[in-house]
Design a protein. Structure first.
Lengths: 171, 260, 274
């Protein structure tokens, strides 16, 4: 094997590796951390964030438009304050709402935003005020079983409203 | 009395193995430092990358393809009971990227390239080629060992990336056309759950560590082999066994450190 | 005389494990000579070569090669010293992944940056000297034992060393190859103005080319002198070795803790009979 042939093969091998890494990065992994690098920050306060985590997706109409960057407790209001980074091209009205939903029955949780109709947009660093907390499935099942046992027929709808904070408009 | 015999035996083993371990560590440090030596040759390094990487590629691709297909089947039958087949892409990708890719690449590498590396160096020792180099004032660590160590460190992560990708593709071929999982769900679930740094790069870091450890063990076993035909054979066997166990043990430690 | 001694060894001792291989060796080698070190197999001859080349360190005593002690040099200094040495190994030790030409060129390529044409000339000159210029493109695996040894010889002298070691250069060769190697050792030594040390147990061939000889037995030099003097020596050990007698001061039997009868389980029977 001549040196030149070895050089060629090794070069091809390295290029293959780089190509494979690129495919992995863009097709398999989410490079969203880089994608939303220049996005702007919004905050939202929830009573209960459930199992929401940092890097959980933020979706609008099912499309991922950002990610959660931080979750902390506001020591004054005792609410969970969630920070998220939003796609800079997306301007959201001030009366936008945010809810925490679950993907499927057992999937991970994400924030769904419902845009409002006001003409003014939320400024970077602004706060979404209309929020709906995570649905606590244990609580929900407990209530259902409880209401069934009581024999009441209106119990099923009260289960979801017990956890709901003001419903966002436009739902 | 005899029940306690293992205590002096243990002490004896420790006394024997500490200097050996010290010599092996010294060997690694010297070997890794040799690229700055005047007898280190890029051409030799390239030849080893060719031998370790290009010539192992077909083996890796075939192994990865089958691993991915098996993962596709097994994952599907496990998830279908919970009605969670939409998570199949995530399962295949994470299994490969975090564990199976780096570990299987390293084990196959130990079997294919590691054993050959041990046999080559041990034979060079047995036929006095290493002594001849010493006598010609050429440092065997720089000319023989360093290119091989660095080639392994460079090659195994590349093999691992290719293994990951081919494996995921194999899983996809089973999941989507054969088992009827929705193609969009397969990829989007994977994308939203696989993190580039946390999963892909950490997996490759594992592969890099495995490559170094396999090459270290293989080269050291060859270098310290008895210079006889039997010694070469023993060293080769020991090299594969020790390197495989080291990969699995190190995998546990790295997983605990990286993914916790 | 002492000023031109290339190698001076005094009271050299060396052990492998509990086995004392060399037990007080004194040896001097004059510049320009072909010197034979004879001794039984396993008698420490190769060890002595390794000590001179600095690949082993003595337990006690001193070795001076060109006025320097290999064991006390730093690695870089030792390597500098070795560039003026050549060694022909018992098994040739050719690099099996390189062609004959590249084997001979190896030391030159590693130590100098020569233009390819000059390098080619130097290498082919050495191959011509050993009669194998035509085999330059062959691989070591395609060579016979004798040809391999000649290529290794060309490689050992390609740096024009002033000191050449030969470790059992005649072992395992047919009589023609032995004759060729012996002639080459003498001719190269004189052509290069080098000093050669031939370690061997082949008395006849070695004495035919050597200027001076040492006989090593039991870890000591038991006789030295010119070949003629050694042949005339009255030392029983030297006579046993040179005459090739199976038993004598070097016993035929490897020492054993048990007597033969004990080992065969006959001791009791013998005791019972008496």
């Amino acid at each position: 094997m001549s040196n030149r042939a070895v050089d060629w093969w090794v070069g091809i091998f390295v290029l293959l590796g780089i190509a494979a890494l690129a495919v992995l990065a863009f097709r398999v992994g989410n490079l969203s951390g880089f994608q939303y690098g220049q996005g702007y920050i919004l905050h939202a306060d929830f009573n209960n964030v459930g199992s929401l985590k940092v890097r959980s997706p933020v979706k609008l109409g099912g499309v991922t438009v950002g990610e959660v960057t931080g979750i902390r407790i506001d020591p004054k209001t005792f609410q969970a304050e969630v920070s998220m980074r939003i796609d800079p091209q997306l301007k959201l009205p001030v009366d936008t709402g945010a809810s925490i939903y679950t993907q499927g029955l057992l999937g991970e949780q994400y924030i769904a935003i419902q845009p409002g109709g006001m003409p003014q947009d939320l400024k970077p660093g602004g706060t979404i005020t209309l929020t709906q907390s995570a649905v606590n499935i244990d609580q929900l099942i407990g209530q259902m079983v409880f209401s069934k046992a009581e024999g009441g027929s209106g119990g099923s709808s009260s289960g979801s409203s017990a956890n709901a904070i003001p419903n966002p408009p436009g739902q | 009395m005899s029940a306690l015999d293992f205590i002096p035996e243990l002490g004896h083993r420790v006394r024997e193995s500490v200097p050996r371990l010290g010599a092996a560590t010294r060997f690694l440090v010297l070997g890794l430092g040799r690229p700055f030596h005047r007898h280190f040759s890029i051409q030799q390094w390239l030849r080893q990358v060719y031998g370790f990487g290009v010539l192992s590629l077909a083996l890796m691709v075939v192994a990865a393809f089958f691993t991915g297909m098996v993962l596709g089947f097994q994952g599907y039958y496990a998830l279908v009971r919970f009605g969670a087949t939409s998570a199949l892409g995530t399962l295949v990708a994470l299994s490969l990227l975090r564990e199976l890719g780096p570990v299987l690449t390293a084990l196959l590498f130990a079997g294919r390239a590691g054993s050959a590396l041990t046999a080559e160096i041990a034979t060079m020792k047995a036929t006095e080629q290493l002594s001849a180099m010493e006598m010609m004032a050429v440092d065997p660590l720089a000319w023989v060992v360093a290119p091989r160590l660095w080639a392994a460190v460079f090659t195994v992560p590349i093999l691992c990336v290719i293994f990951d990708l081919v494996g995921i593709f194999g899983g996809y071929l089973i999941a989507v056309p054969v088992l009827g999982v929705d193609s969009g769900t397969f990829w989007s679930q994977m994308q939203s759950n696989v993190s580039f740094r946390g999963d892909i790069l950490n997996g490759l870091f594992k592969a890099l560590c495995f490559g170094l450890v396999v090459a270290w063990i293989a080269a050291w076993q060859g270098y310290s082999a008895q210079p006889t035909a039997e010694g070469v054979g023993n060293a080769t066997t020991r090299s594969v066994v020790a390197a495989s166990l080291a990969v699995l043990g190190l995998d546990f430690i790295l997983t605990a450190l990286l993914f916790s | 005389m002492a000023a031109s001694d290339l190698i001076e060894i005094e009271q050299l001792r060396f052990s492998r494990g509990s086995h004392r291989v060399l037990d007080g060796v004194d040896l001097r080698v004059r510049q320009g000579a072909v010197v034979a070190v004879l001794g039984a197999s396993g008698g420490g001859k190769t060890t002595l070569l390794n000590l001179m080349a600095g690949t082993l360190r003595p337990d006690a005593g001193s070795i001076r090669v060109q006025g320097r002690e290999p064991a006390k040099l730093r690695r870089s200094e030792l390597f500098a010293l070795r560039r003026s040495m050549g060694m022909l190994f018992q098994h040739s030790a050719l690099f099996t992944d390189l062609s004959v030409f590249e084997n001979v060129a190896f030391p030159l390529r590693r130590h100098f940056r020569l233009p390819e044409t000059l390098l080619r000339k130097l290498v082919l000159m050495k191959l011509e000297a050993v009669g194998l210029r035509g085999a330059a493109t062959l691989r070591p695996g395609e060579l016979s034992g004798g040809m391999g040894r000649r290529v290794a010889l060309a490689r050992a002298v390609v740096m024009d060393p002033i000191l050449i070691f030969y470790d059992e250069p005649f072992t395992g060769l047919d009589p023609i190859s032995v004759g060729i190697i012996a002639t080459l050792i003498r001719r190269l030594n004189d052509a290069l103005g080098a000093t050669s040390i031939v370690v061997s147990h082949d008395v006849g061939e070695t004495f035919s080319i050597a200027d001076y000889g040492f006989i090593l037995a039991g870890g000591k030099i038991i006789a030295q002198g010119t070949p003629a003097e050694l042949r005339a020596s009255e030392s029983p050990l030297a006579q046993q070795f040179l005459g090739g007698r199976p038993d004598g001061p070097v016993p035929f039997h490897y020492p054993s803790a048990q007597s033969f009868l004990e080992a065969m389980g006959l001791k009791r029977w013998e005791a019972g009979r008496s």
